[in-house]
Design a protein. Structure first.
Length: 189
């Protein structure tokens, strides 16, 4: 029997970029705490924006772009962590489009996000981290989710591929966040 599982959504189009590196470290920490993880690479899909069609009450999105597979994985997970690079002071557009649609399906159907543990992680070269975290936290809070803290905000600095590994405080913060996610999931199970 597993202690739980966490879905990590990597919002970077770069499979070997800093966001992917940070989420690998996050997953490694979660696995070290006895949880199973799966990372979905959003950059390998073309996510459409919500059309407000109202058809999501059936438990899935009417748009056929691969997001329903991610929705099902999110529904089955105990935890949901989203990592995104910061573009112009905000999360990537496809990240917010995916989250809006996931949230709409949850609210219109079985509220599968309610009391799920998780939170956002923002990765950027220089700035825009806190506005991105605030933007993504809105998704977690309006969907009745549980967001643990850490020793600092979940932000990591890095520009060139691999550079995020050199942000010792940022990586330590992400590891502690992952430990707290695992702690809560195990307590709630």
């Amino acid at each position: 029997m597993t202690n739980g599982n966490v879905l990590l959504l990597c919002g970077s189009p770069r499979l070997e970029g800093n966001t992917a590196l940070v989420l690998r470290e996050c997953a490694k920490t979660l696995e070290g705490e006895g949880l199973e993880t799966e990372t979905v690479l959003l950059g390998q899909t073309r996510i459409l924006s919500c059309t407000a069609c109202g058809l999501c009450s059936a438990g899935e999105c009417a748009l056929d772009d691969g997001l329903n597979e991610i929705i099902e994985k999110t529904r089955e997970a105990d935890g949901f962590i989203v990592g995104t690079p910061v573009y112009f002071g905000t999360a990537r557009g496809d990240v917010t489009a995916a989250l809006q649609r996931i949230g709409m399906v949850s609210m219109a159907s079985d509220s599968f996000l309610s009391r799920k543990v998780g939170g956002p992680i923002a990765v950027a070269r220089r700035g825009g981290h806190t506005t991105t975290l605030q933007e993504l936290l809105m998704f977690y809070l309006i969907n009745d989710m549980i967001v643990p803290g850490s020793t600092y905000w979940n932000i990591v600095f890095g520009h060139a591929p691999g550079e995020a590994a050199g942000d010792e405080e940022g990586m330590r913060t992400v590891r502690r966040f992952a430990e707290n996610v695992a702690f809560l999931i195990k307590k709630l199970r």
